[in-house]
Ligand binder design. Structure first.
Ligand code: RIB
Length: 315
C-alpha cells in the first residue's frame, strides 16, 4: 500500500504527544566500571525529551506545532515550557503536574560522543485521559501525529487510534522499546526505530543495510506502512510496500549524538506532510539528524530549515 501524500504549501500542522525531560549531560573520556569514579570533561543542562525534541525540530523546520504532555511544578517545568514557547510551539496541551517531578534524563557522552541514557520520566508517566483529550482537540485539521514511548503506551495507542480514524498520519518513534499489545505497531503509518528498537520489535539483529532491510520488511509484515531503520553513521534504510532503499549518512563532525533520531523523525514527518516523496523525505530527515549531531544539546541542537536545505544542496 502506498503512503498517503499531502500536497500543500501552508506550514504542515503537527501534533506531538510525548516526553518532555530536562537533560543532564556529562561528557566523559570513558564510562566508569562498577565502583569506579571517572573524571568527566564537561557538564551541561538542556531541555530534552523525545517528544519535545521532535516538536522543536519540526517547528524549526517550518511546521506549526502543538505539544501535548506533562511537566512537573518544579524548577524544570517552567523552563521547559518557556523553551517550547520560544520556538513558537503551542503548549496549551501541556499540563503542569503538582504531584510528580519533571522528567529528567541523565546522559553520558563517551569518547565517540555516543550517548548512554538513563531516563526518569516523572510527570510524563502520569499522562492520562486528560492528555488524550488534549490530543483529540489538537488533531482537528492536523497533518500528522508524532508519538514515541516515553509516556504510558495506552495513551499513545488511544491517540494513534483516534488519529488513524481521522485519517491523520501517525509517525511513531518506538523509543524506548517496550512490550506493546499485539497489532499495536500497525497503528503507525510511519515507524522510525533505531537499530536496537528494530531488533526489539522484529528479532532481527540490525548491523548493516542488509539486516536493516530484513528488519524493515518484518515491520511491514506487522502492518506498518513505512519503516525507516536508523543506523547512525551507517545511514537509514527505508521500506514501504512499493519502494525501499538505503540513504547513506551525511559526513559530519560528531559533537553530541543526543536527539539526532528525534531530528530525523521530525524532518521525515515535515517533508512527508509537505508532499515530498518517501526518498526525499528520508534524505530531509537524515540531513536534519546529521546537523543535530554537530552541536551539543538536544533541542538547541536542532537545525533550522535553511541549514537542512543547504546540506542537501551541497551533497
Ligand atoms: O532522544 C533523546 C532524548 O531521549 C533526550 O533528550 C532524553 O531526554 C531522552 O528522553
Amino acid at each position: 500500500m502506498a503512503i498517503s501524500k499531502n500536497h500543500q504549501t501552508a506550514a504542515p500542522k503537527i501534533v506531538v504527544l510525548g516526553g518532555i525531560n530536562m537533560d543532564l549531560i556529562g561528557v566523559t573520556p570513558r564510562l566508569p566500571a562498577q565502583g569506579e569514579t571517572v573524571i568527566g570533561e564537561r557538564f551541561y543542562t538542556t531541555p530534552g525529551g523525545k517528544g519535545a525534541n521532535q516538536a522543536v525540530a519540526a517547528a524549526k523546520l517550518g511546521a506549526s506545532v502543538k505539544m501535548v504532555g506533562r511537566v512537573g511544578a518544579d524548577a524544570f517545568g517552567p523552563t521547559m515550557l518557556d523553551d517550547l514557547r520560544r520556538h513558537g510551539i503551542d503548549v496549551g496541551g501541556v499540563a503542569v503536574d503538582p504531584h510528580n517531578p519533571s522528567g529528567i534524563a541523565i546522559i553520558l557522552l563517551d569518547a565517540d560522543r555516543q550517548n548512554h541514557i538513563v531516563a526518569i520520566y516523572g510527570a510524563n508517566t502520569a499522562c492520562d485521559g486528560a492528555q488524550l483529550e488534549a490530543v483529540k482537540a489538537a488533531l482537528d485539521g492536523a497533518d500528522a501525529l508524532m508519538l514515541q514511548l516515553e509516556i504510558p503506551a495506552d495513551v499513545s495507542l488511544a491517540a494513534a487510534e483516534h488519529a488513524k480514524a481521522l485519517g491523520v498520519r501517525v509517525v511513531w518513534d518506538p523509543a524506548p522499546a517496550l512490550d506493546l499489545p499485539d497489532g499495536a505497531l500497525a497503528l503507525a503509518e510511519v515507524l522510525t526505530p533505531n537499530q536496537t528498537e528494530a531488533a526489539f520489535f522484529t528479532g532481527v539483529e540490525v548491523t548493516d543495510a542488509g539486516s536493516a532491510k530484513a528488519a524493515a520488511e518484518a515491520l511491514l509484515a506487522q502492518g506498518v506502512k513505512v519503516a525507516t531503520v536508523k543506523m547512525g553513521e551507517q545511514g537509514v534504510y527505508y521500506a514501504s510496500q512499493t519502494e525501499s532503499g538505503h540513504v547513506p549518512a551525511f559526513g559530519v563532525e560528531v559533537t553530541d549524538t543526543v536527539a539526532a533520531g528525534d531530528a530525523f523523525g521530525a524532518g521525515l514527518c515535515v517533508a512527508l506532510a509537505e508532499g515530498k516523496s518517501l526518498v526525499e523525505s528520508v534524505r530531509f530527515g537524515a540531513a536534519a539528524g546529521a546537523l543535530a549531531v554537530t552541536r551539543p544539546g538536544a533541542q538547541e541542537a536542532m537545525p533550522a530549515r535553511h541549514e537542512v536545505e543547504k546540506l542537501l544542496d551541497s551533497s
